[in-house]
Design a protein around this ligand. Structure first.
Ligand code: GTP
Ligand code: MG
Length: 199
């Protein structure tokens, strides 16, 4: 898979207004501040396609990015979801985002896979586990991606990868490691996107 072009298409605040289109969608989900928007910028080699922030809770809408829009390319949407588990968000705001995410999964007809991002340094949270349970329940395929690998040594990355796989009952091959900061792990993710879009 080569990403030749990427374009922000629209933001949606209401799951009743989800974008109607004919392409596959790969959603990017995960705890607030885990690096979802940075990951999209890293994959698409774009510094500022998705807005990133040091402050958790930056992405509050569902953002659609169209990847590869020419005839000879594999076209799909990357969908940046609001982060969950943002502890200090006001309760009603939190409920609104969670509702939006849940409704997205229920209503969107074109989800091929969900990239579930977790910070490699931290144990998967209850919210992460709940998200995976939810995806299993609705039979939605997912890919587990550990972010911010640059924050650890090589040895620590290997150790954490095994711990995360064990904690989530996944095979080692099903845990991908990236650093959007140091731009590592991209080829494996692009191969994975190829597999996802081909099946
Ligand atoms: P929400 O939209 O609030 O849910 O956050 P998000 O998951 O989209 O996170 P975002 O991409 O905005 O990144 C959050 C913070 O983590 C920013 O300060 C990023 O610079 C930082 N960050 C993201 N990816 C990496 C990474 O691979 N390495 C390091 N060191 N920092 C990262
Ligand atoms: Mg974001």
């Amino acid at each position: 898979m080569i990403i030749k072009s990427s374009e922000f298409i629209t933001s949606v605040a209401d799951a009743k207004m989800l974008l109607a289109h004919e392409f596959s969608e790969i959603a990017v989900a995960g705890k607030s501040n885990v690096g979802k928007s940075s990951f999209i910028n890293f994959l698409t080699a774009s510094g500022k396609l998705a807005k990133t922030s040091k402050t958790p809770g930056r992405t509050r809408l569902i953002n659609y990015f169209l990847i590869n829009d020419k005839k000879d390319q594999k076209t799909f949407f990357l969908v940046d979801l609001p982060g969950y588990g943002f502890a200090s968000a006001p309760k009603d705001e939190k409920a609104k985002w969670e509702n939006l995410i849940e409704n997205y999964f229920m209503r969107s007809k074109c989800i091929k896979n969900v990239f579930v991002l977790i910070d490699i340094r931290h144990e998967p949270t209850l919210d992460d586990k709940q998200m995976l349970k939810y995806l299993y329940y609705y039979n939605i395929s997912f890919t587990l991606i550990a972010t911010k690998a640059d924050k650890l040594s090589k040895n620590a990355v290997t150790k954490r990868k095994a711990e995360i796989a064990a904690s989530l009952s996944l095979g080692l091959d099903n845990v991908f490691i990236v650093s959007s900061e140091k731009k590592t792990g991209k080829e494996e993710i692009l191969d994975r996107i190829d597999q996802i879009l081909d099946c």
